[in-house]
Write a protein that binds this ligand. Structure first.
Ligand code: NAI
Length: 255
């Protein structure tokens, strides 16, 4: 599918990977629906899309994916009449040892990283069947590998990967493809959001030089490029895939 004129929803579009992905779709000539909770940040992301392609048709929806899934899909259909691509990018990251974390952390993370994706997928599916569109979920290497003190997040992304594969099978007879990208460490605000100081954030990204075989953390654009690939006809025979965008980190086995 050429992405020109396609209607694409990107959740968590007001920052990081989501904002860069929205911009990448706008550059392709897609009609982009930007979803986020923070109105000023969402408007700023919309302006970046407009600057990338002055002709791009855009819709910004201020919404929380954990409660507004149906409204997000309905508003998109009301405005553009169809849906071609759903990018489930909104996600939260929190850490803590099982001895310290409480069930509220588990519920928060699963509500955002998995339950909201379930709801958006359910409401979007009938529209995606009409257009023979596709879904790209933004998972993580944390879905493919286990990280100490990150159990809730790792489990949510592993569940998301399994959900991706299962829904790929559910919707394959309808010619709707479903895939995920699984980023390694990517430079965004996600580490600051979990409460790290600027120095701790810098140290975290410096460590990526050693942990990632390519010797660096990734950039949001590198994830956005992979999302564009999975959303387009260039990947027309790919469904149910969990694609690492990780500088080789999931290939590593240290002995
Ligand atoms: P980010 O924190 O800049 O972006 C996440 C976005 O999701 C934010 O705009 C946030 O406001 C939004 N969001 C969170 N909960 C929401 C809700 N209930 N409703 C609506 N929007 C909500 O961080 P980043 O890095 O751009 O994260 C995007 C995705 O990439 C997440 O799913 C994350 O788990 C995943 N990821 C990020 C990695 C990284 O190193 N940055 C690595 C692997 C995966």
């Amino acid at each position: 599918m050429s992405l020109i004129g396609k209607v694409v929803i990107v959740t968590g579009a007001s920052s990081g990977i989501g904002a860069t992905t929205a911009e990448a779709f706008a550059k392709q000539g897609s009609k982009v629906v930007l979803v986020g909770r923070n109105e000023p940040n969402l408007k700023a992301a919309e302006s970046v899309c407009k600057a990338a392609n002055s002709k791009a048709e855009l819709l910004a929806i201020v919404a929380d994916v954990t409660v507004d899934a149906e409204r997000i899909i309905n508003s998109t259909i009301d405005r553009f009449g169809q849906l071609d691509v759903l990018v489930n990018n909104a996600g939260i990251f929190e850490v803590g040892n099982i001895l310290d974390i409480d069930v509220e952390q588990f519920d928060r993370i699963f509500n955002t990283n998995l339950r909201a994706v379930f709801l958006l997928t359910k409401f979007a599916a009938p529209h995606l069947i009409k257009t023979q569109g596709n879904i790209v979920n933004v998972s993580s290497i944390a879905g493919l590998r286990s990280i100490r003190d990150v159990s809730s997040y790792c489990a949510s992304k592993a569940a998301l990967d399994q959900f991706t594969r299962c829904i790929a099978l559910d919707l394959a007879p309808k010619k709707v493809r479903v895939n995920s990208v699984n980023p390694g460490v990517i430079v965004t605000d996600i580490q600051r959001r979990r409460g790290l100081s600027p120095k701790e954030v810098d140290d975290f990204y410096l460590r990526s030089k050693e942990t990632h075989p390519l010797g660096r953390a990734g950039e949001a654009k590198e994830v956005a490029d992979a999302i564009i690939f999975l959303a387009s006809d260039s990947s027309s025979f790919i469904t149910g895939a969990n694609l690492p965008i990780d500088g080789g980190i999931t290939a590593v086995c240290t002995i």
